[in-house]
Design a protein around this ligand. Structure first.
Ligand SMILES: Nc1ncnc2c1ncn2[C@@H]1O[C@H](COP(=O)(O)OP(=O)(O)OP(=O)(O)O)[C@@H](O)[C@H]1O
Ligand SMILES: [Mg+2]
Length: 228
């Protein structure tokens, strides 16, 4: 589903070159639920952006759903993202002037879905994250954790093939975090692929596989043993 070959990403601040990803090789198969962990600054978000077509690596290749992504134009990348990928951003990235449900339907409208259908999906998703009474609220009227759950709802409302979630539970109390993880586990059961960055080991262990990043490289990549 996702193959990354020798991914590097550097940033140049005009003074010096900072190499954040130093050569990442990873393959994630269809339907896998993968957690990415590591210290702050290890490159987790940066890696997620490369795998999810939000950024272009300085070197290396990302193959998504059998597509070589390096040769896609910006329009083709956008189209591919709208049709196949869902995102939870670390900073939520909600549009402040739009209500919760409007935020959720934006990507669906962009790919051409009818508004009534998109609104139905938005309502269902808001219900799943425990916010069905908040659909008409603006982000500024919601707590941080509620905004985060809206951003989670936006990511999965259209049941994308792959969900990329950057710290989707970082600001949630344990009950709300459980709702989010239950949604992910349901999507996983339904065959969707999930890549989740988290710093909470307890939540990482709910996935099938934990990749630890350290200083821009994969430090370990382990299957989670499930004992009940
Ligand atoms: N656009 C950018 N320009 C310059 N440096 C950047 C940029 N994006 C990320 N970095 C740097 O790359 C490093 C890794 O950042 P990244 O956001 O991937 O870390 P992270 O593992 O997600 O950390 P956290 O757990 O704090 O979210 C950091 O040192 C950061 O300052
Ligand atoms: Mg991050």
């Amino acid at each position: 589903m996702i193959t990354a070959k020798n991914i590097k990403r550097s940033f140049n601040d005009g003074q010096r070159e900072l190499e954040v990803l130093k050569g990442i090789d990873v393959t994630i198969t269809k339907g896998e639920f993968v957690a990415i962990i590591g210290r702050s600054g290890a490159g987790k978000s940066t890696l997620l952006y490369q795998l999810s077509l939000l950024d272009r690596p300085t070197a290396g290749n990302v193959i998504l759903d059998k597509k070589q992504t390096a040769t896609l134009s910006d329009n083709e990348r956008t189209q591919f993202r709208l049709e196949n990928l869902g995102y939870v951003f670390q900073d939520y990235a909600l549009i402040p002037d739009l209500t919760a449900e409007e935020n959720i339907i934006v990507p669906m409208l962009m790919k051409g879905m009818e508004k009534t259908e998109a609104l139905q999906k938005a309502l269902k998703a808001m219900n799943q994250v425990g916010l069905k009474d908040r659909v008409k609220n603006l982000p500024s009227e919601l707590s941080g954790g509620e905004q985060q759950r809206v951003s989670v709802a936006r990511a999965f409302a259209d049941e994308p093939k792959i969900i990329f979630a950057d710290e989707p539970t970082a600001n949630l109390d344990s009950a709300s975090a459980k709702m989010v993880l239950d949604v992910f586990l349901d999507l996983h059961k339904a065959g969707n692929t999930i890549v989740m960055v988290t710093h909470e080991m307890e939540y990482a262990r709910l996935s099938e596989r934990i990749i630890t990043l350290k200083d821009g490289l994969i430090y370990s990549d382990k299957k989670v043993s499930k004992k009940k």
